[in-house]
Design a binder for this molecule. Sequence first.
Ligand SMILES: [Zn+2]
Length: 87
Amino acid sequence: MSESWKEKLSCATHCRRCSLKLAPGDPRILSVYDHEPICMPCKGVEEKRADYEESSKNAIGQCLMDVELAYGDPGGYCYHHFYPFTC
Ligand SMILES: [Zn+2]
């Protein structure tokens, strides 16, 4: 799955959560719930959910298994669940 996620999220044209249009230079980030690219306001909402911390841990565990990369690896799949990036 190494390349598919990159393609899916790097140039997503809109937020999967609220359908906000995303320009290539707009920051986007991966949801820890469904791993879809979402806008920053939606991420803010997600972070306030009661189960966010637990879901984050699950997401980290899952993506480590999937990509076998360190969580802090810049540009990695795991990394983009917690750090915004642009197209
Ligand atoms: Zn959104």
